[in-house]
Design a binder for this molecule. Structure first.
Ligand code: G4P
Length: 527
């Protein structure tokens, strides 16, 4: 096999997603320890912004600092190159996470055994489902009392609308936690709460009816395990890798990340089944990773990390071909050639200059303001990668310049923060007023703080009574034109100039939907 194909097939790029506190940071750290990417526990900093520090901007800057350095955490395991793409810990930054999910090939979802499916788990898993991203679940914290395993599996299926396939099963929990039975490899993995951490005893155990089971876990646990596994085998389908890769079934593992228990089983199964870099849709055609010409798209931008420079770092997911340092690439939106003398790989707080990168890799490019999220780079072909939508925001405010002498800085700062995807801005057509839409409260404070710190500009917010912003389109240009004219007062443009309908209430939205049946109202910027 050529080096290129060999490198491509070695890549596994995924994200770990979770509701805050479920154990994402802990699991990431354990995975990195297995791969030798870090040597000590505690090396992966949590990028959570705790609720109590909502207006502590040092905390926001600290979080940005961590986010840039942990954007990709790569390690080698069983001869594979594994790339974990980091996602922000705070739910107000959910949109960042959505975008990162466009750059991965699969995901691991962590849930707390006591809490089950929480709001963020639900939102993020649904985003994966929209794109058929293969998912593995890891139910964490089995060393604590939690919910019944069957209940949890039911909840996952019902709330998330996925079919699941348990590949490991807990033997007790909390004080009575004895380990898991690994159905994927048919072995008992025994937990030793009194032994040293990171110690697990593994017994190959093909046949659960064997009387030796009692010796390992005691009589009552053995009886329960046999019964439960029998139920599992009847209720759930056998594992089917092709169905997992299509996103149709999701394997489930149980364990305790902080005790490093069940993590190796998860990782070993992950490397067996997780997809290699997948093909990606563009508006023009499907791009295969094996193609020899390079293509990639920007899914994340970090700006002004160093106050002395106006530099930004654009993160590009390589989708096909080989990316090379100092080679000319076409920036499709700007119709210009660029070359990058110092492409960087950010790897678990290490930063390295890279000469080349392969599909599945993420390259950090220094940029002086030429990139927006969603931009495509190619070797010349005009391609627009799909699936990097903006989501309809949930909170809205007018934003005004609060310092007349700094109008220019204000406008530039806002534009750049929007390119970075901090929030969305809509300009109302009737009066030219700018409206900021966000998914969380925190972004309003972030914008105000960063305008001041990075652009010496001041902004002021004013309330605006809006319930939803939705993108509008129609197959019938006349119908769209008529709608835009008749509802002029409620139409704004997004940063790409696309028309957006601003609905004051859910009722108004419903009424216009009924009155204008030929117009489509979309809650993401992509249909
Ligand atoms: P997150 O990134 O998903 O937000 O979660 P994180 O890993 O930071 O874990 C949240 C808390 O849950 C941490 O405790 C962590 O130690 C704990 N935790 C993670 N895995 C397990 C587990 O398997 N069992 C138990 N019992 N706890 C677990 P903390 O008190 O918030 O922080 P720390 O001071 O312990 O780091």
């Amino acid at each position: 096999m050529s080096t290129f194909l060999n490198e491509l097939h070695r890549r596994r790029t995924f994200a770990i997603i979770a509701h805050p506190d479920a154990g994402k940071t802990t699991l990431t750290e354990k995975l990195l320890l297995f791969g030798g990417a870090i040597q000590t526990a505690g090396a992966v900093k949590s990028n959570k912004i705790k609720k109590s520090t909502v207006s502590d901007f040092m905390e926001i800057e600290r979080q940005r600092g961590i986010s840039v350095s942990t954007s990709v955490m790569g390690f080698e395991y069983r001869d594979l190159q594994i790339n974990i793409l980091d996602t922000p810990g705070h739910e107000d930054f959910a949109e960042d996470t959505y975008r990162t999910l466009t750059a991965v090939d699969s995901a691991i979802v962590v849930a707390d055994v006591a809490k089950g499916v929480e709001t963020q788990t639900e939102k993020l898993t649904k985003v994966c489902r929209m794109r058929d991203t293969p998912i593995i679940f890891f139910i964490n914290k089995l060393d604590r009392e939690g919910r019944d395993g069957f209940d949890l599996l039911d909840e996952i299926e019902q709330k998330l609308g996925v079919k699941i396939c348990p590949l490991s099963w807990p033997i007790g929990m909390g004080q009575r936690f004895k380990g898991v039975y690994n159905l994927y490899e048919r072995k008992l993995v025994l937990f030793n709460p009194h032994g040293k951490q990171d110690e697990e005893e593994i017994v190959v155990f093909e046949d659960l009816s064997h009387p030796d089971l009692e010796k390992h876990i005691g009589e009552s646990a053995a009886r329960i395990l046999r019964e439960e596994v029998e139920t599992l085998v009847t209720v759930y389908p056998p594992f089917d890798k092709a169905a997992y890769l299509r996103g149709d079934i999701c394997p489930v593992f149980f364990g305790s990340a902080v005790n490093n228990f069940g993590v190796k089983e998860l990782l070993d199964c992950f490397v067996d089944i997780a997809p290699t870099p997948r093909p990606r849709e563009t508006e023009e055609r499907l791009v295969q990773p094996e193609e020899d010409k390079f293509s990639g798209f920007v899914f994340k931008i970090f700006a002004n990390m160093d106050p002395r420079h106006r530099d930004r770092i654009a993160f590009v997911r390589v989708c096909s071909g080989r990316f090379e340092r100092n080679k000319n690439y076409r920036h499709v939106r700007l119709e210009r050639e660029f070359k990058f003398p110092a492409p960087t790989m950010f790897m678990a707080s290490k930063k390295t200059l890279l000469e080349e990168a392969y599909p599945g890799d993420v390259v950090g490019l220094y940029d002086s303001g030429n990139f927006k999220i969603g931009d495509t780079l190619t070797e010349g072909e005009v391609l627009h990668f799909k699936g990097i939508p903006s989501f309809s925001p949930e909170q809205f405010r007018y934003v005004e310049n609060a310092d007349p002498l700094k109008q220019k800085q204000f406008a530039k700062g806002l534009d750049q923060l929007m390119d970075e995807g901090v929030a969305q801005m809509f300009v109302r057509q009737s009066d030219g007023r700018r409206i900021i839409g966000t998914v969380g409260q925190l972004q309003f404070e972030v914008i105000q703080h960063r305008l001041e710190a990075e652009y010496s500009a001041k902004c002021r917010y004013e309330p605006v009574s809006l319930n939803k912003a939705c993108w509008v389109s129609s197959d019938d240009p006349k119908a769209l034109e008529e709608f835009l004219e008749r509802r002029k007062r409620d139409i704004a443009r997004d940063i790409h100039g696309d028309p957006v309908f601003l609905a004051e209430t859910a009722w108004v939205l419903q009424t216009v939907q009924e009155n204008f049946p030929k117009v489509q109202f979309r809650f993401t910027s992509e249909g």
